[in-house]
Design a protein around this ligand. Structure first.
Ligand SMILES: [Zn+2]
Length: 239
């Protein structure tokens, strides 16, 4: 199988049931806080990979709407959207424009890999984090003003080349499952704490003690920082 054929197979296998009527639901009805945290890592890794690519082609920034193929000067066909829906009929049921657009550009990138485009072959996995995001059910992404938004929070709508300077994010299944597990652990810990149960919990990453630090915002809103005793380890805010 060439890149395009295996790409089509992946996109066709994205389960439309994960996305039907999703826009009518609140974010917290769709995915857990831990899942959104893992989604954010996938998006951050995509931004990093695009950043590396932008540095390579000496471009300062690119919109989330622009395909990598377009940055190399390739234009979309007039009937590209229709062809996509014919090729991947499961997407007839998925009403998320940005998810379709990124999938289209992913397949176009696969075609460039098949003809061994000399720049594309240096970035064969650039779309991997986003396709993985869609496969895992985290494809509800949208833009609002200058931001890419979803249950994960917000990213800027334009991706800057300096993103490429970041340390790579681990997007292996094991790493993503660990992110979900440690958020679940912290949520359980906080629920116990609120019920007056003061048992200790340890960090999944390093085994040290997790601390709960209650905070009150200026507006009287109660929130909690849960952080590992180890410096620069687990550190997230919960309410
Ligand atoms: Zn730790």
């Amino acid at each position: 199988m060439n890149y395009y054929e295996s790409g089509v197979e992946r996109i066709r296998n994205i389960d439309a049931n994960l996305y039907i009527e999703i826009s009518k639901k609140r974010y917290e009805e769709v995915r857990s806080k831990g899942e959104y945290e893992a989604d954010a890592n996938l998006i951050a890794e995509y931004y990093r990979r695009v950043g590396v690519f932008l540095q390579f082609i000496s471009k300062e920034a690119a919109s989330i709407y622009i395909g990598m193929d377009m940055l190399l000067g390739f234009k979309m066909e007039e009937n590209e959207w229709d062809i996509f829906l014919e090729t991947c009929p499961n997407f007839n049921k998925i009403d998320i424009m940005l998810m379709k657009l990124i999938s289209i550009h992913y397949l176009r990138w696969c075609s460039l890999l098949d003809v061994r485009d000399n720049i594309a072959v240096q970035f064969p996995d650039i779309y991997e984090p986003m396709i993985k995001l869609f496969e895992r059910g985290g494809g509800r992404i949208n833009t609002h003003h200058h931001e890419l938004v979803g249950g994960f929070g917000a990213f800027s709508r334009s991706i800057h080349a300096n993103r490429g300077d970041m340390t790579p994010f681990d997007i292996s299944d094991v790493a993503l499952e660990n992110i979900i597990k440690e958020v679940e652990l912290a949520e359980g810990y906080l629920a116990d704490y609120k019920n007056g149960n003061l048992s200790e919990n340890n960090c999944i990453r390093c085994g040290n003690k997790l601390l709960i630090l209650p905070n009150l915002s200026d507006y009287g809103y109660q929130w909690y920082k849960i952080k590992c005793e180890t410096k620069d380890c687990f550190d997230k805010n919960f309410s």
